[in-house]
Design a protein around this ligand. Structure first.
Ligand SMILES: NC(=O)c1ccc[n+]([C@@H]2O[C@H](COP(=O)([O-])OP(=O)(O)OC[C@H]3O[C@@H](n4cnc5c(N)ncnc54)[C@H](OP(=O)(O)O)[C@@H]3O)[C@@H](O)[C@H]2O)c1
Length: 322
């Protein structure tokens, strides 16, 4: 492993604003505590929530510390481990998810992360693809398994199946033996969702989703994972069976309107040692495909956010740090 320098390049903001506030800074490489790992970042994920933070949204009670390095997930090599860490070794390939990481985010050459939020990369994914799924992989899988408890033979709707979460959720629902209808955005999205294994893919912006879903599951859908809210989601829920379940990660807005006879679950994707073990197993068993819509260099982080703002990102955007 190369010697760790004192300073690093990072894409950070000095104030909240539009994509152009995101610029390359030279910052000190973060120091690690005895329960932390320093990762030499290879790939950082670029999520819609990063754009929210750039524009001024922070978790409740958090005060901004500028310069603020964005990025909640990514992959790389372990560069250094804290004195209490046995599970991870210098040089190993890892990926991680840490929301609002206290010592700065993943849009940087180095990031210091609490070890529980770091895991070895799953077999079958290189660093670029593993770096894209820390947040979305955990959130998609926990939606299917922990919030919805999807079982073999159930009829499941993934609403927003073309997005970062949805592209993975389709595959995890299939892995659990469900029949899957994915609502997609655009003809290219419909094609993508079919190639990911959905039994049925419909354009959720142009087609009659309720009719398609009733055709797919005449007795009603058992479970719905929502990655987008609003009228189109309500039309999906119209096709749920009595006793059906609807789950959505916090951040999906507007949240669905409660209805009698339907169980609603709002949840957050959570990192942890067992959570990553569960994800790695599912990634390997599903032979997970991770669609990457666009990749940018670290110094192009503002461009990556402009691309995000244009919308219609099929899968995930990443930054190639190294
Ligand atoms: N709480 C947590 O732990 C957590 C973690 C991760 C994500 N989240 C939240 O989960 C949500 C999804 O994240 P994401 O990264 O998957 O977002 P995303 O990549 O933007 O995915 C949303 C997808 O839905 C599509 N879509 C929009 N309207 C549609 C419609 N009417 N029918 C069918 N598809 C439609 C979008 O297509 P177009 O872009 O073409 O419109 C896009 O492909 C966000 O709100 C995020 O904040 C929460």
């Amino acid at each position: 492993m190369n010697k760790i320098p004192e300073t690093m390049r990072a894409a950070a903001i000095d104030r909240f604003g539009d994509p152009e506030v995101l610029t390359v800074h030279t910052l000190p490489v973060p120091e690690i505590d005895d329960n932390e790992v320093l990762i030499a970042v290879h790939t950082a994920g670029v999520g819609s929530w990063d754009a929210g933070m750039r524009a001024g949204w922070l978790p409740d009670g958090e005060q901004p510390h500028f310069p603020l390095v964005l990025g909640t997930d990514g992959s790389g090599h372990v560069a250094k481990v804290g004195s209490r860490i046995r599970r991870l070794k210098v040089g190993e390939e890892v990926y991680a998810y840490s929301f609002a990481n206290p010592k700065g985010g993943f849009y940087a050459e180095y990031v210091a992360v609490v070890a529980e939020k770091v895991a070895h990369t799953p077999k079958g994914l290189d660093l670029e693809h593993a770096g894209a799924i820390g947040t979305t992989g955990l959130t998609a899988l926990q939606g299917i398994d922990d919030a919805l408890h999807v079982k073999k033979g159930e009829n499941v709707i993934i609403h927003g199946a073309t997005g970062g979460l949805g592209t993975l959720a389709v595959q995890f629902a299939k892995l659990r033996g469900a029949r899957v209808l994915g609502t997609a955005s655009g003809d290219d999205g419909v094609n993508l969702v079919r190639t990911l294994g959905a039994d049925v893919a419909v354009d959720g912006k142009r087609e009659d989703v309720t009719a398609a879903a009733r055709n797919f599951a005449p007795d009603g859908a058992d479970a719905i994972l929502a990655t987008v809210g609003g009228d189109s989601l309500e039309r999906c829920i119209d096709a749920a069976k009595r006793g059906g379940r609807v789950a959505y990660p916090n951040g999906v807005e507007p949240t669905p309107k409660k209805r009698p006879g339907i169980k609603f679950v709002a949840y957050d994707g959570a990192p942890g040692v067992s959570e990553f073990e569960h994800l790695n197993k599912a990634v390997e068993e599903a032979n997970l495909q991770v669609p990457i819509a666009a990749a940018f260099k670290l110094q192009e982080a503002a461009k990556a956010h402009e691309r995000l703002a244009q919308g219609h990102v099929l899968g995930k955007i990443v930054l190639r740090i190294r």
